[in-house]
Design a protein around this ligand. Structure first.
Ligand code: ATP
Ligand code: MG
Length: 282
């Protein structure tokens, strides 16, 4: 099953808090850090729900996954994503969804990331001023920046971009930085301590998939006439036992097919417990 269960409400809520914050949510503009255990659907949520929602609301969104190329430095990946987005904005055809003609920038896009090129802050100010909208930069596996001095410098470059755009008395849009990753302590650590670039930014756990997801999977199984299907309460309990990981859940459902339909609720928790125990052995 390659389909995914969408979470439009969560995406809308986060997008609203970021793009149109009320008085209490203003601090999200200082940066938002989302953490969640491994394999629980963080990247899927970003790519399939949050980014389309932010873009539909008119924001320019840049996404980079720092684990996409293990050998590449965070700086190289961050600048490549920025250059690619700037090129999109320059080309009028790709830009039609924003109903703006191709944008021209006062710096050489190709030079970004080189010692003589524009800084991330300069690029951010120009994007916000010329497209007249919010710029959201999302860094997946952001903790990777903590592993080198160059990575730490990059965090300060993002902070500088935020301040260059947002600290102005009037700005046509804001710069919003979102960092995500699975190491909760490290992610939280990015927002506390005197030396951190993003002191005071918000760090929260991304809500995990829940009963809605389980119900959606069971419905799909029924539609596909899968033979052995557990009840919703038993399936939900087992999904929680499996750490709310879709892959483990699907594996458990597949193993369940060795049993008889009437035995589903009896065996599914046992299968989940066994899978959970073997996962803990790693
Ligand atoms: N909403 C969803 N509906 C269906 N399947 C999902 C959903 N979210 C995630 N999955 C599946 O769960 C697996 C893990 O998803 P994803 O890579 O998004 O998680 P992650 O938390 O970013 O993982 P990692 O810790 O490796 O970065 C993938 O196989 C993905 O297809
Ligand atoms: Mg991920």
């Amino acid at each position: 099953m390659s389909l995914i269960h969408h979470r439009p409400k969560l995406a809308r809520d986060i997008a609203t808090q970021l793009l149109n914050p009320n008085v209490l949510d203003q601090s999200l503009r200082s940066g938002l850090f989302l953490s969640g255990p491994r394999r629980t659907g963080k990247t899927t949520f970003l790519l399939r729900d949050l980014i389309p929602t932010l873009e539909n609301a008119g924001a320019v969104v840049i996404y980079v996954d720092l684990w996409s190329e293990v050998t590449a430095s965070p700086s190289k990946l961050v600048h490549a994503a920025l250059r690619s987005s700037l090129k999109d904005l320059q080309s009028s055809t790709r830009n039609q969804s924003r109903r703006a003609a191709g944008v021209t920038f006062d710096f050489q896009v190709a030079d970004l990331g080189t010692p003589t090129g524009a800084t991330i802050a300069q690029a951010a100010v120009e994007i916000v001023d010329k497209v007249k909208t919010d710029l959201v930069y999302i860094v997946d596996e952001v903790q990777h920046m903590l592993t080198s001095d160059a990575g730490l410098a990059l965090l300060y470059a993002f902070k500088a971009a935020r301040d260059a755009v947002n600290a102005r008395p009037s700005t046509p849009g804001h710069f919003i930085f979102i960092g995500t990753g699975s190491n909760r302590a490290q992610i939280e650590g990015l927002t506390v301590g005197d030396k951190t670039a993003f002191l005071g930014a918000t760090s929260v756990e991304l809500p995990p998939l829940g009963k809605d997801y389980v119900q959606w999977v069971l419905q799909k199984l029924q539609q596909e006439r899968v033979r052995v299907i557990p009840s919703l309460p038993v399936a939900s309990q087992s999904f929680a036992l499996l750490g709310r990981r879709p892959e483990e859940f699907m594996r458990a459902l597949s193993t369940l097919q060795q049993h008889q339909p009437l035995e589903a609720d009896q065996f599914f928790p046992v299968i989940a417990a066994t899978l959970q125990a073997s996962a803990e052995d790693f």
